[in-house]
Write a protein that binds this ligand. Sequence first.
Ligand code: ARG
Length: 611
Amino acid sequence: MESILAQLEGLFASAIRAVLGADGDGVDPMIRAAGDPKFGDYQSNVAMGLAKKVGRKPRDLAQAVVDAIPANDVCEPFEIAGPGFINIRLRTNWLAAQLNAVSGQDDRLGIGALASPQTVVVDYSGPNIAKQMHVGHIRSTIIGDAIARVLAFEGHRVIRQNHIGDWGTQFGMLIAHLKEKLPEALDNPEAVHLGDLEKFYKEASARDKEDADFHERARTEVVALHNKQPDTMRAWQYIVEESRRHYLPIYQRLQVSLTRDDECGESFYADGLADLVKQLQSQFGKPAGSTGEPSITVEESDGALCVFHQDAKGEPAFKSSEDKPFPLIIRKSDGAFIYATTDLAALRYRTGELKADRIIYVTDARQALHFQMVFATARAAGWTRRAAGEVALEHVMFGTILGPDRKPLKTRSGDNIKLAELLDEAVERAEQLIRDAEADEKRRRGFTEAEIKDVAEAVGIGAVKYADLSQNRQTDYLFSWDKMLAMEGNTAPYMMYAYARIRSIYRKGEEASGEVAGDVALVEPAERALGLAILRFAEMLASVGQTLKINVLTEYLYELATAFSRFYESCSVLKADSDAQRASRLKLCDLTARTLQLGLDLLGIRVVERM
Ligand code: ARG
């Protein structure tokens, strides 16, 4: 089933073409949900923008478009308002019929997979080996996973890529330190554990700075690593594996769908970097001159090999704060390849081998310039060109999580927050709230100990994730336990509670009458509003798939839950006037719960049946 919006767009697009002929081809009908139900359910603003272009009065054009829409059972007669808005009101019977159709559907709620799916690479999480996952990694992991889930649900072929930081010169010191401090780890990697990896990293880097002999040994290990010497490789393997022991359980706890199989870290590309650089150098060694298109030159500068970017006019495309051309360094003066080199190799692999149509990178906003330059290099090198059109490259960036002092979130002693501890605290706080409710006669649910633990885990983790996902990701946001755990407002607990409450109504209804048989009828305004909100899920999803703004989905879920509350306040469900009315309302309850559940599932948040 197509979304309501897609169906309306179809009707309008044909009408615009009928009125304007070729001028109407590809015109966006500009249909939006109406801001105020007084004006209908949707509104098209197409006439205002288009009128001038085709030399007609907006209201006349609007009338002509409306007249060209054939009689149909979707919309009530249109209304032209103000300077030329077209107000669209859906027929209530049609809405009810749609809901009945959806209600008989499986978990997808009647939302079909896309007819022309793409291959989409989603690059997210990307923790660095032997370092703590920091807050930036948390956001990347949570946001990236929601994006991957939404795109996969839409029917795209999603390839998750966890670009872990598992290569680079820092491994020299880590390996040298390991060989000295814990040689038994090499023979018995399963039995010997490092414990605090971050501490290990700090020790190694302190020695590397202070101890010249050690520094020399570390450098030898880097060379040995490049030459794949067996004992060095074993040490490297061991350190990577120890890190996995840390982050894989965090993914699991976060209900993030990444597994070991989604890892394709920096080391994967290491062997190809020298060739890649050589190729770029020979292809772009000389200035391209003015080609009328963005171009690159690869040149040495202060001993480092750099990609310089020119715009279509031949001017530097990126500039430093001193207004000098700002390059992408792809080989340092000591000969080492770096983050950017690997990212170029990864991009080429994803377009060339993985055949991606779209590549999405989820990292914090501080990497914006890095990705702009990587993308520009890839485009100039021709890696994104295909017969079917350019590969889309998107940097999905996000801001910082701020602490109560409005500075980046840290522990009281100024250290980075440890993700595992943050999640523990979330669950502990959720558990306390549940225990408080259990101690209160009016709010008590009579949970068993096991249920308390289970609900606390779902609520605590859900709250942290939802708080993040419900932000406009571009901006920084204030981390607040009280806000994210509140039972009111746009929070995970509110959403999960709405779900559990509806399930309990439905259970009671079923218990009383067996299976709920009958059709949805939308009589009261609150019933109609809820029905429309349920059906708008499909178009919301399509919008999230395009814009990758997950907060559009959380806002939608909040609106849906609010529409349900209004409905439940004004319409008796279990004590309805007739069996038919009761069945209809129970079905609306069921559809609301299923939509909430599916929506939360796409965010990687699990619901509980009782709360
Ligand atoms: N490891 C990187 C970091 O911690 C993130 C990797 C993001 N992905 C990428 N292809 N660069 O910042």
